[in-house]
Ligand binder design. Structure first.
Ligand code: ARG
Ligand code: ZN
Ligand code: CA
Length: 241
């Protein structure tokens, strides 16, 4: 990369119903949310408790929609085993995955909002999948996951971030400036949310890598930024960008 990181994005829409054929405006609303959340220009950034404001990061990465590909399907749900990324399975193959973030919008099923592939995996399945009904911040998206934060979270995984609770009880997310969390938090916890993990501290429930409602998540940290930025330097897993 040379200076600022701009991520070209292709959105792959798979639809059976008209509602699943999400509008260009809904797609752009998602790009807009990513641009805000990854540059700390989201309107709720000011809600960060002062305890955490010192580690709150402007990731300095922006996103540019370069194409939208639409395909009709008879499938009612796509699951989480990457069929939507494979034209032989009725899906849409990724476009130029070494230089493009591919996002698939489709009905996943099973109550899954979205899922992502970490860096270093197969190029044929690289990218993130966001359920059509939790895509973007338009009125077509479903409360309480209607502010486009499913993609902010999944793109975090795509950029090598772990869940803040480390997928274990009081686990490790490999980031030193995020506090230890007991487990995933849901809804919108009231601050201060005192952890049961010791030593006594407050959990950073407003981090994008927790599981709260969309309106409850509005920050990344400097340590998370360091993990993401490392991917884009020479020799990094996403150096093609
Ligand atoms: N992978 C998570 C799931 O499908 C995404 C959670 C996103 N959280 C959110 N508030 N949008 O459950
Ligand atoms: Zn996740
Ligand atoms: Ca941590």
């Amino acid at each position: 990369v040379n200076g600022k990181i701009v991520i070209p994005v292709v959105v792959n829409v798979l639809y059976r119903t008209a509602a699943e054929n999400i509008s260009d405006a809904q797609i752009q609303s998602q790009i807009d949310v990513l641009n805000k959340d990854y540059t700390a220009t989201n309107s709720d950034f000011k809600s960060i408790p002062s305890e955490f404001s010192g580690v709150a990061a402007d990731i300095g990465i922006t996103f540019e929609l370069v194409n939208t590909i639409r395909k009709s399907t008879t499938k009612t749900s796509w699951g989480t085993r990457d069929a939507m990324k494979n034209s032989k399975k009725g899906g849409i193959n990724p476009t130029s995955p070494t230089t493009t973030l591919n996002i698939w919008a489709c009905t996943i099923g099973g109550g899954i909002l979205g899922y992502a592939q970490f860096p270093g995996g197969s190029l044929a399945t690289d990218g993130v999948v966001i359920d059509s009904f939790y895509f973007g911040s338009s009125s077509a998206a479903s409360y309480p996951y209607n502010l486009g934060r499913t993609a902010s979270h999944e793109v975090g995984h795509w950029m090598n971030l772990r869940h803040i609770w480390g997928d274990a009880s009081c686990g490790d997310d490999l980031v030193s400036d995020t506090p230890v969390h007991k487990t995933a938090n849901f809804g919108v916890p009231t601050y201060p949310y005192v952890s049961v993990c010791l030593p006594t501290h407050n959990e950073m429930t407003m981090n994008y890598m927790d599981y709260t409602d969309d309106r409850g998540m509005y920050m990344f940290t400097n340590g998370q930024k360091a993990r993401m930025s490392a991917l884009f330097v020479s020799g990094g897993a996403r150096a093609g960008f």
